[in-house]
Structure formats: structure tokens, C-alpha cells
Design a protein. Structure first.
Lengths: 347, 347
DNA sequence: GTGAAAGCGCTAACAA
DNA sequence: TTGTTAGCGCTTTCAC
């Protein structure tokens, strides 16, 4: 109802001055500013973001594109982005692909490309060439968090190194029978993350001259239940049992722990488990993990975008985000094996 | 770059006709419509939501206000809202209070009340009178999902009944020593949900003439770790141990299960556990629960809002959302107690 | 079925 | 420091 105009009338000033005062521009006298703000308050003035957006070409909103919402990592990054945007007075528009590849095109056209947002944070998605072209054409800042893809700058940990570090930890403990619960490329999700963590796994085994067994690399889809099923699968396979498991995410590791407990096995006595992420529940559950800080990654990515929107600098590539190994009680040395077993029997 | 104007020029039509054609209004000949759409495509036309918003007063965006993001229930509701909005071509603006009560005022003023959105879905928050007044003044549709508050219509399960049902299940199994892990009013969160579930708990005990023990009602803050700590606390208390626990959310129940396992106790042998929500992980973990469908609640709430925005109907109050009891292996009859114990000893 | 013209509420030169 | 004057890109009467 009340627009800038009414305030102008009420204060006897011009629209422009009111506009400036409302935005706190320095070119307005303090007296005027105060008077304007008081009247605005009194009249219950509410600015129209559409009008401002139309006039400036800026929406003061940032889009966040997520593959799915229901995942610890995404939620944490989202929290970081949100905190940063809120502090800067920007709004957050959430674009969820919802796992379905189908809607992807529509999201791209209908929403993102409608000048609704000034910039875009993308979580763990790879773009096809067409999409990249469109993004480029839009000319607004884009940044990917978590998993590199071709043609777009990205921020996140080095997943290969993370996988390597996790596996090395198990090897250093003395394990040689190590399985991997990873993920495969799900519709629209970035294939890079699971792939690189697996590569790190394989590289670490190779470096220790341990042969990777194909049947010990299973898919857990990056979710709790998937980790559970994958672990069950590993345990039900004929032949020797792995003494350690590297799960590519903590959520899958939690599932694996549940499966192991359900089979009556002990951790780390029978099987050691290590995850990746640093999920807060890992503390209670005693999960050893490669910890990263997705919240901070969200914050950092947003900072970069905001800086660019304000014309201060532009960064094309970033240092990999840090990670570290958190040793807890889910990993330990493998139980002395067959030799002792036989000894026992001999006695 | 390309606006409606260029298309008008390119097709030799007027801006108005192009506008109509682009929106698929019936008052335009099919030929024209097709021609316009083709040219728009060719020119890479991207509509400006600000301009449309300014002209119509509609933003085609819905705000979603959440207390925190990092909670299963909120995420599921969010998914439901998102799916529905996407289908309707609306955008979703996420307002996260991030647990902090402090930012609340800013969120209210700076963002929500900026005509950025056409309507508002609020998750589990109660408003103070001032906020309610503002919302009313805005005159746009608002609906609360999950937990009733004064002055705003709401959609969700009857939490009191849910608490009653959960507790009754334990009582029917034969339990009389029943504890409750609930939550307290956290900054800005709706006090109603934890309170009502607890009331249901107490009512069920009363109905069975079981005395509620104050020391068996503990706070788990509605998170995994809180449930874990609360359970530890219950187990470390002097005196008799409860034989069953009603956790006000599945996430807390999972924490309780972890604590019980860590203490070397068995479920349901030593302690039965029931939760509320229907979290998917409960299936794997065998958690008995009062299942509800937050996704659907999100969908329904959004439907109501969209219907109102399109001028079809207005609903002031809703049937409570459904819930049901899912029996799994975390609940069972209590172990025959002291009497047998003594008998054993006598023999 | 199409066009002309008048805004929607704000910002941003340019003057004063 | 303030006011004047044009728009920003679209929608929407009202004519034709």
C-alpha cells in the first residue's frame, strides 16, 4: 500500500531523497534520514523488491541448486550459505532437483534463468555442455561446492586425497583385507565425488601393494540404508571377510555399523570402519572419519560470490578445502589371524 | 538483454500481444502464439521476474520459514513444499532462523515483509503478538506446518494423541516403568510440539493409573546426540531402571538406542524404545514408531496456499494429519521381573 | 485477435 | 544536500 511516494508526500521531500535516505546513502543529511525513517516506520512502509530489482537489475537473492535436500553434507553447506547471505541481507532461493533428472531442464529454464537471482551456488552437480553454455551466457557468478566438474570453478576437499587418507589409515593399522562402500553416479549427481574417493582408495591399496578386490567395492548410494545394505552384502559374500571398511560418507558408515552390530560382530574387533565427512553423530557413535567442514565451504563460496557482486575481485580457482583424520573407536588393528587361530587349536 | 520489446519488433507484433502469447493466453491466435514462442526461443529471451512482479504484484515465489534446517522433519516438509511449488512453477525462498532467536526480527522485517513472496509456509514456530499483527497486515496467506500456535491456522498431526498412542503401546505391552525423552522450548522453536507429546505421555500413564516420575522425563532437544545423552542420564540414575522409553522423535530414539547398546543392554530385552516420526532409518534399525508423513504435510500446506493465491477457496482449519503405529523390534514385553528373580534365587 | 498507452514502485543520471 | 526527469520490462485496461 504505502510506497516511497507517500513518504515523500508526508515528509515534504522528493521521492529520490526518500529513496536515498531509506537506503542510508551518505549524500543525505542526518536530519532528513532520521525523519524519513521515522515516517516510513509510522506509515508501515514495506519496500518492494520487485521494483528495486527492476530498477537496479539486482535482485539481492542468490540461488542454491541442490541435487537433493535430504543429505547431511548438503544441509550443512546450505546452512553456511544461509548464514552468510543473511548477514549480507540477501535472500536464498532454493532449487532442488529432487534426485529426478527429469525436472532438471525445467529448473534450469523456468527458474534459474529468470533473473530471479544475482548469482548461483551449485552443490555437487556436473553440467552438461548445454547447461554450461547457458550459465556462461547469463554472465552471473556461479560456483560449485563439493566435487569438481568441467568448465566451472569449484570449492571443496580433494576427494581423491581424502579417500587415500582414509584407506591409508586402515593400512597403517595393519589391515590388508579392506572393502569400500562408495556410490555410483545417480541421476544428475556429480559422479566426481564417489569416483575420486574410490580412486583414492585404490591408489592407497596400490601404494601398499595390496590388491583391490572388485567384489569388495560395493555401492551404498551415499545414504544410511545403502551403507547398511552394502555392509550386509559384504558380510554375506562367500570367502574371507574384510577386516576393515572404508565408507565414502559417514552416513553410509553409520549404516555399515548398524549392519555389523546386527550380525553380532564387533567394531573394531572384527571389522574396522572409517567414513568421510565429520558428521556430528560420529562423535557419539565413535566413528573414525575424514572430517571436512561443509558449513565453512558454504560460507566461503558465498563470500566469493558476494565479493564479486560488489565488484571486489574475482577468483577463478581455490585451494582445496582442508580435511583431517579423526581417530575414534571404530578403527583398530586387525585381530591376529589364522596363524594364532591355528596355534590355539594345536595346543 | 532481450526483452519482450525485441520479440515484438522481430515478429512485427505489439508488446501486448507478445506478452499475451508468451503467457499462453487464449485471446491470441495459435499462429501468432507459435510464432512468438519460436522467436523468443531463437532470441534467447529470458523473462524478468522483477518486471512481471512489479506489474502484477505477484512474485510467484513462496517463503518457507524454518527454525533450523538440520532436522529430518523439516527437511521432509521442505521436500514436499518444494515438489509442489516446482510443479506449479513457483520458486521457494528459504528463511532459516538458524536456531538464533536474535535474527528473527531481521528476517521478519528485511526479508519476509518485502513482498518477495506471495505466501508463507511456517514450520513449527509460534509467533508473538507483534509478529502476528504484521502477518495479518500483510494479508497474504500463511500456514503453519507442525505444531499449533495461537492465531494462525496450522496443519499437522495431533501431537497429544501421538504421545498418547506411543505410550499406550508400551503400556499394552505390559510396561509400567516408562521414561520419556522429550524436548524443551528452544529459542524460537515451537513449544507446542514437545509439550503436547509429553502431555499425551502423561495422560496415557494416568489413564493406566501409572504414576509419572519426574526424574524419568528428560530433555533430548530433538536431536540424535540429545537422545543419546538423555538415555545415558536415565541409565545412570540411582534406583530402578525404566523398562521402556518413549522418545518424542525418531532421531532422539536413535540416540537412545545407541546409548543402550553402548551400555551393553539389549533392546527390547532390557529396554523397549518407541519414537515418533517414521524416519526411514527406523526401518533398518528396527525402531517402533508413531509414523507421520511430513512430506505430505508440506505438499498439502502448499496446495492450500496455491489454491488461495489462485482465488479458489480458503480454508481456515484442517483435519489433523494422520499417523499410525509401526511395530518393529525395538519394543516388546518387559522381562518378567523381580518376582521371578527372587524365585530363581530361592531355588 | 491485436494495438496504444498508462502504469507497477523504485533507482539513477543530471541539474540545481 | 535535494529535486527533476527518465526509465527498468512487463501487464493491463481500453479501443479498434
Amino acid at each position: 500500500m504505502t510506497g516511497i511516494q507517500e513518504i515523500a508526500r508526508a515528509t515534504g521531500l522528493s521521492k529520490s531523497t526518500v529513496s536515498r535516505a531509506l537506503r542510508g546513502l551518505p549524500s543525505v543529511s542526518e536530519t532528513t534520514t532520521r525523519s524519513v525513517q521515522r515516517t516510513a516506520e509510522r506509515l508501515g512502509y514495506i519496500p518492494s523488491s520487485s521494483a528495486a530489482g527492476l530498477a537496479t537489475g539486482r535482485t539481492r537473492a542468490i540461488g542454491v541448486l541442490v541435487p537433493v535436500i535430504d543429505r547431511w553434507f548438503y544441509v550443512k553447506v546450505l546452512e553456511g550459505i544461509d548464514a552468510q547471505l543473511r548477514a549480507a541481507g540477501y535472500d536464498l532461493i532454493l532449487y532442488n532437483l529432487g534426485g529426478r533428472g527429469g525436472d532438471r531442464e525445467r529448473v534450469f529454464h523456468r527458474s534459474i534463468l529468470r533473473k530471479r537471482v544475482d548469482a548461483l551456488v551449485v552443490l555437487c552437480l556436473v553440467f552438461d555442455p548445454g547447461e554450461r553454455e547457458q550459465l556462461q551466457a547469463m554472465e552471473y557468478p556461479v560456483i560449485v561446492v563439493g566435487g569438481p566438474g568441467p568448465g566451472v570453478r569449484h570449492m571443496g576437499i580433494d576427494d581423491r586425497k581424502a579417500g587415500f587418507a582414509a584407506t591409508s589409515h586402515l593400512i597403517e593399522l595393519g589391515h590388508t583385507a579392506i572393502a569400500h562402500i562408495g556410490g555410483e553416479d545417480e541421476s544428475g549427481l556429480n559422479a566426481a565425488v564417489p569416483l575420486e574417493r574410490r580412486e583414492g582408495f585404490i591408489a592407497a591399496l596400490a601404494a601398499a601393494r595390496i590388491e583391490a578386490r572388485d567384489e569388495w567395492i560395493v555401492n551404498g548410494g551415499f545414504v544410511f540404508e545403502g551403507g547398511y545394505r552394502a555392509m550386509k552384502e559384504l558380510l554375506s559374500k562367500p570367502g574371507p571377510r574384510p577386516t576393515a571398511v572404508f565408507a565414502a560418507s559417514d552416513e553410509m558408515a553409520f549404516g555399515a555399523l548398524a549392519a555389523i552390530a546386527q550380525e553380532g560382530l564387533s567394531v573394531p574387533g572384527d571389522i574396522s570402519v572409517i567414513g568421510v565427512d565429520g558428521h556430528q553423530n560420529g562423535e557419539v557413535l565413535g566413528l573414525t572419519t575424514i572430517r571436512q567442514n561443509p558449513y565453512q565451504q558454504g560460507v566461503d563460496a558465498t563470500r566469493v560470490l558476494l565479493a564479486e557482486l560488489e565488484g571486489r575481485g574475482h577468483t577463478e580457482s581455490f585451494e582445496p578445502a582442508p580435511f583431517d583424520l579423526v581417530r575414534r573407536r571404530s578403527t583398530g588393528a586387525p585381530r591376529p589371524l589364522d596363524p594364532e587361530d591355528s596355534l590355539d587349536r594345536v595346543r
